[in-house]
Design a protein around this ligand. Structure first.
Ligand code: SIN
Length: 196
């Protein structure tokens, strides 16, 4: 089932009176910034962990075979590193469409890795949304990711590009790297053959 959050997000008025504000990206928004922005800075948010627990019916999968993409799960003991982009409010229209499969806009405190802090907007797919898949054993999630693709490309590339972008930020994300390793076991890049 597709959970189109576009209409709900359009009602949300973040940072009234500001002609620009920060958007925090933690998944594909880290490595695929196909929207206009004024500046970008690596940043961290506290109390959230990145998990491949959201279904993707529209980008990295299909309604028949949804892929798995990143969302944030509350956990007071951890932090999540990502990329903050300074955007104008007009940028939100296309972003709402891109994130329409279950993601809602929230505002959050942000801390920049090069110092300083501010508030920012973040898209989170909470567990109430119908596309939420939730946890599964790492090998099962890796198998799902390796076998799915959609209009934005393969689910495998989503994971690999995110892992690459996190390494470039100097970030160790055990969940993402465990999925990457499990996927590499199933589908060694050298052979291109999926193990049974
Ligand atoms: C994000 O990247 O911040 C949201 C999830 C996604 O689009 O992959």
């Amino acid at each position: 089932m597709v959970a189109d959050t576009t209409a709900i997000n359009r009602q949300h008025r973040p940072f009234p009176g500001q002609d620009s504000f920060w958007l925090f990206g933690y998944g594909s928004l880290i490595y695929k910034a196909d929207f206009p922005y004024l500046a970008c800075r690596p940043a961290v948010i506290h109390g959230w962990k990145r998990r491949f627990w959201q279904g993707s019916h529209d980008h990295r999968g299909t309604p028949q075979a949804p892929g798995r993409v990143a969302t944030l799960i509350e956990d007071p003991s951890v932090r999540c590193v990502g990329m903050a982009y300074r955007i104008r409010p007009e940028a939100l229209g296309p972003l709402d469409l891109r994130e329409k499969n279950g993601y809602l806009r929230f505002t959050t405190p942000l801390r920049f890795l090069d110092g300083g802090e501010d508030r920012g907007l973040v898209y989170i797919a909470t567990e109430e949304n119908p596309a939420f898949l939730g946890p599964a054993p790492i090998p099962d999630m890796a198998r799902q990711i390796v076998s799915c693709s959609g209009p934005s490309g393969s689910n495998r590339d989503y994971l690999l590009e995110l892992a690459r972008a996190l390494r470039a930020l100097g970030e160790e994300d055990p969940h993402v790297f465990a999925l990457e390793e499990a996927m590499e076991d199933l589908f060694p890049r050298s052979t291109g053959v999926v193990s049974p």
